[in-house]
Design a protein around this ligand. Sequence first.
Ligand SMILES: [Mg+2]
Length: 114
Amino acid sequence: MKDLVQELREFAKERDWEQFHSPKNLAMALVVEAAEVVEHFQWLTEEQSKNLPSDKLKEIREEIADVMIFLTNLADKLGIDLLEAAREKIEKNKKNYPAAKVRGKALKYTEYER
Ligand SMILES: [Mg+2]
């Protein structure tokens, strides 16, 4: 992960793009890229979304990479260790969603008795 952060810093620096990488701009770019992922699934049936042709999957792969790149840039700009933050959130989710209570249910933790 640190290698990726470093590579992205160098990529932006070499192009003098750091000036555009405010947290606001990175957050907006992240959402745009996430929408580009979603666009591939728009109007597909559940079944179609599970059986994507390889050319479509290749395009989605690139958009997912864009999401990761902007997410990594945003976290870096805010001084957030992305993997550490994700691990902490998983621990929090384990507490909010005890497997024994929520198994098979898609409710938000505020919608069931803890
Ligand atoms: Mg894209």
